[in-house]
Design a protein around this ligand. Structure first.
Ligand SMILES: Cc1cc2nc3c(=O)[nH]c(=O)nc-3n(C[C@H](O)[C@H](O)[C@H](O)COP(=O)(O)O)c2cc1C
Length: 172
């Protein structure tokens, strides 16, 4: 897809069908995420964890249902991005670069997706047992994730017709 058309088509999807996402598509999204810019090239500071078994997703959903704060967990795959260096703020920027790359890769494949942060912050703050699902090596903590799946078409957003910045622009 033309890059500007891709940007116009990406939106935060919050209603997914039950259709599974093929592994080769997940692999493509992961390869794109793993080529995002990372400060000082510290790729080793990050880990991607693909959660796609229903049992693992349900454990994550258990937590979200408890807080009722996230609407995106109907996703059929959640790719968590964890770092071993979250005390350094640059790590959150690295995580965001990876998640955003993966969001565009997923949109390019016609997959709905949504950047997830709120419930992950809550999981970490509460040190909830559901974190065990991620089976992370010692020292790695999840900072964000991308939910992915096929969008429910009736609730999908149409691609924007024009690309206009929603962020205020100041020129000096
Ligand atoms: C850092 C960050 C954290 C976000 N956290 C969540 C989240 O936890 N849950 C959610 O449903 N959406 C989350 N979003 C999605 C935003 O709400 C969404 O991108 C924004 O409202 C713009 O809408 P759009 O993505 O459809 O263009 C997050 C986005 C970013 C960049």
């Amino acid at each position: 897809m033309d890059f500007l058309d891709l940007v116009k088509s990406r939106y935060s999807c919050r209603a997914y069908t039950d259709q599974p996402v093929a592994d080769h598509l997940i692999d493509e999204i992961l390869a794109v995420g793993g080529n995002a810019p990372v400060g000082n090239g510290a790729y080793d500071s990050l880990i991607f964890t693909v959660v796609k078994s229903e049992s693992a997703l349900n454990r994550i959903r258990e937590f979200s249902a408890k807080t009722g704060r996230d609407r995106s967990l109907g996703a059929k795959v959640i790719i968590f991005v964890s770092s071993n260096n979250l005390e350094n703020l640059i790590s959150y920027e690295n995580v965001a670069c990876a998640v955003d790359h993966m969001a565009l890769a997923a949109s390019n494949l016609g997959l709905g997706n949504c950047y997830l942060y709120g419930f992950i912050r809550d999981m970490v703050q509460e040190n909830t047992p559901q974190l065990d699902v991620l089976d992370l090596p010692e020292g790695y903590v999840p900072a964000a994730a991308l939910g992915i799946g096929y969008p429910v078409q009736s609730q999908a957003k149409l691609p924007k017709t024009e690309l206009i910045s929603k962020v205020k622009i100041n020129r000096v």
